[in-house]
Design a protein around this ligand. Structure first.
Ligand SMILES: Nc1nc2c(ncn2[C@@H]2O[C@H](COP(=O)(O)OP(=O)(O)O)[C@@H](O)[C@H]2O)c(=O)[nH]1
Ligand SMILES: [Mg+2]
Length: 280
């Protein structure tokens, strides 16, 4: 797959991100809990280096809870602050707020010792397209949140949202481009919807997804589509599913495109089950 992210926009996006970074204390890095590796770009580690950071594994309601537990342990061992979120329901948001407050406590104590007045914590959200940044911001701030512009010392056009008395959030998230990498990363991004379907060959993508599922989530796949899996290829599985669902073109051939879209929708909606694509 040869995908060109944001042709011509990357430099501009990065410049804006760097500007916004200067304004905040904490970076809330959203990742997709199903693909914690593919949904973050290691290039940004250096960019966020000087900031306090918290990793949020969003869409955790779609991920395999057993694998998510493995990720939690893995991050804990490395001393990485992480929270699992469902931005649609708001699950995990309270824990996140409390973690951010704790994170800043030391600095505020130091400031207080120097006679400085306590000011709000400023945070911003970053993440790749479709990871849930807008949904997360809405969930974090709610409808009642007040938006404030024109704060002294802050660029005029920046909007801040009061999450609570102590945390203010920049209302424009930083869009990160995913890592340009190996085929596996590209596929994971495609499966989860981070890459627009229109620019992909859906049948090939779905055949790959079916291959992954037949190895790692065989039972889910068999139950959902009434299959008996032995050693079919992904394409064979796709065709079997189309056949059993009666997905036919007017001329009688299997409508594998329609079948692919259906399978992808069901995967993304966790209809096939809660599925993780990457393990620690
Ligand atoms: N199941 C689930 N869906 C989510 C979650 N967060 C966001 N979404 C969905 O993911 C899609 C992309 O979300 P959006 O906030 O627009 O992503 P953005 O491009 O990063 O701003 C939308 O359909 C959201 O409803 C979540 O935690 N769980
Ligand atoms: Mg958005």
């Amino acid at each position: 797959m040869n995908i060109n992210w944001y042709p011509g926009h990357m430099a501009k996006t990065k410049k804006l991100l760097v500007e916004n970074l200067k304004l905040v204390d904490v970076v809330i890095e959203l990742m997709d809990a199903r693909i914690p590796i593919s949904s973050r770009n290691p290039d940004f580690d250096s960019l966020f280096n000087s900031k306090k950071r918290i990793w949020c594994l969003n869409k955790s309601d779609l991920a395999d809870p057993i694998i998510s537990d493995e990720w939690r342990k893995y991050y804990n061992i490395q001393g990485i602050d992480c929270v699992f979120l469902n931005s649609r329901s708001g699950q995990g948001i309270k824990e996140l707020i409390s973690n951010i407050e704790t994170m800043m406590e030391e600095k505020f104590s130091r400031d207080a010792a120097r006679g400085l007045r306590r000011r709000p914590i400023r945070a911003m959200v970053t993440g790749i397209p479709n990871v849930g940044k807008s949904t997360f911001i809405n969930s974090l701030t709610g409808r009642s949140a007040t938006r404030t512009g024109d704060r002294p010392g802050v660029t005029k056009d920046k909007q801040w949202i009061k999450v609570n008395k102590v945390i203010h959030l920049l209302d424009t998230p930083g869009i990160l481009w995913p890592r340009l990498g190996d085929e596996k990363t590209g596929l994971n991004l495609a499966f989860t919807g981070a890459i627009k379907d229109e620019i992909m060959d859906l049948e090939t993508i779905v055949a790959k997804l079916l291959e992954y599922l037949s190895c790692n989530y065989r039972k889910n796949l068999e139950e959902r589509y009434n299959l008996t899996i032995s050693n079919q290829t992904g394409i064979m599985l796709l065709e079997e599913i189309c056949k059993s669902r009666g997905l036919l073109l007017p001329a009688g051939q299997l409508d594998t495109l329609k079948g692919s879209q259906k399978i992808l929708d069901e995967f993304r909606g966790a209809v096939i089950g809660r599925i993780s694509l990457e393990k620690p």
